[in-house]
Design a protein. Structure first.
Length: 254
C-alpha cells in the first residue's frame, strides 16, 4: 500500500523566522508519526532554513516552483539545481495559481518536471479543472490533456516516483471541496490514465493527492477513497495544530 503523503503548500506566507518556529514545533510532533511522508513547501527565501531545521526528521521540504534552465540570464527565476543546493527534496510544479496568474503552460510544466527529475528531486505535479471546465463536462478531458503533456517522454520508473496532486481549481481557497464522488471519479481516472500509458507498476507506485480546502474535519473522508493517497494543503497547513491534525487524521496507515 502507498504511504500516506501529506504536503503543506504555504504559498506566499511566512518569513524565515516564522518558518523556523513552525517547523521546530511541528517536527517535535511528527517525530511520533510512523508511516507517512510529510512535506512542507515554504517560499524560496525560507527553503534553506527549513532544510536546516528538518534535517534528520521525518519532514521533507519542497519548493513551490522552479525554472527549467540550470542557470543563466533569467531574472527572478530559480533553478531545480539551486533548490537542491538549498536542501529541498521536492518541487511543486504546475500549481493552478502558477498556470492562471503567471502563465505556466502545459509545455512549461513538462520542461519543469524534466528539470526537477534531472536534479534528482521529486516533482509534485498539479492538475485540475476550472469551474467552467467542470460545468462544461470537460473535467476528465482537461485532466487527460494536462497529464499527457506533463508526463510526455517520462519512463514508467519516473512516473512511479512522482507525486500528482488533483486540485480542482474551484475548490482552492473557497472552503468548497469536491464531494467524495467527484474526487473519487477524478482520482480513479488519473490512476487509469497512468496505467494505460505507463503500466500497472508505475500507476500503483505513483502517489495521487487531493488538494482544495482540505481541513482536519474532511481529511478522513478523502483518505477513505481508494485512489486518494494524501493531500496537498494550503490554508489549513499554515498553523501547526491544523496541519498536524490533518497528518494524524489521514488515518489509514499513519
Ligand atoms: P487550500 O487548501 O487553501 O484550498 O489550497 C489548496 C492548494 O492550492 C494547495 O496547493
Amino acid at each position: 500500500m502507498r504511504t500516506p503523503f501529506l504536503a503543506a503548500n504555504w504559498k506566499m506566507f511566512k518569513t524565515v523566522d516564522e518558518t523556523v518556529t513552525y517547523l521546530r514545533e511541528f517536527c517535535a510532533l511528527t517525530a511520533g508519526v510512523a508511516r507517512a511522508e510529510i512535506v512542507v513547501a515554504p517560499p524560496f527565501t525560507a527553503l534553506r532554513a527549513a532544510a536546516d531545521v528538518t534535517r534528520g526528521t521525518n519532514v521533507g521540504v519542497a519548493a513551490q516552483d522552479c525554472y527549467w534552465e540550470r542557470e543563466g540570464a533569467f531574472t527572478g527565476e530559480v533553478s531545480a539545481a539551486m533548490i537542491k543546493d538549498a536542501g529541498a527534496g521536492y518541487v511543486i510544479i504546475g500549481h493552478s495559481e502558477r498556470r492562471r496568474l503567471f502563465g505556466d503552460t502545459d509545455e512549461w510544466v513538462k520542461r519543469k518536471i524534466g528539470a526537477v527529475l534531472a536534479s534528482d528531486l521529486t516533482p509534485i505535479v498539479c492538475v485540475g479543472e476550472t469551474l467552467e471546465e467542470r460545468d462544461a463536462n470537460q473535467t476528465l478531458a482537461v485532466l487527460d490533456r494536462q497529464l499527457d503533456a506533463a508526463l510526455d517522454g517520462l519512463t514508467p520508473a519516473q512516473v512511479g516516483s512522482l507525486v500528482i496532486a488533483y486540485e480542482p481549481v474551484w475548490a482552492i481557497g473557497t472552503g468548497r471541496n469536491a464531494t467524495p464522488a467527484q474526487a473519487g471519479e477524478a482520482h480513479a481516472h488519473i490512476r487509469a490514465r497512468l496505467r494505460g500509458a505507463f503500466g500497472q507498476e508505475a500507476a500503483e507506485a505513483c502517489h495521487v493527492l487531493y488538494g482544495g480546502s482540505v481541513k482536519p474535519d474532511n481529511i478522513k473522508d478523502l483518505m477513505a477513497l481508494e485512489d486518494v493517497d494524501g493531500a496537498l494543503v494550503g490554508g489549513a497547513s499554515l498553523t501547526v495544530p491544523s496541519f498536524f491534525a490533518i497528518v494524524t487524521g489521514a488515518g489509514r496507515s499513519v
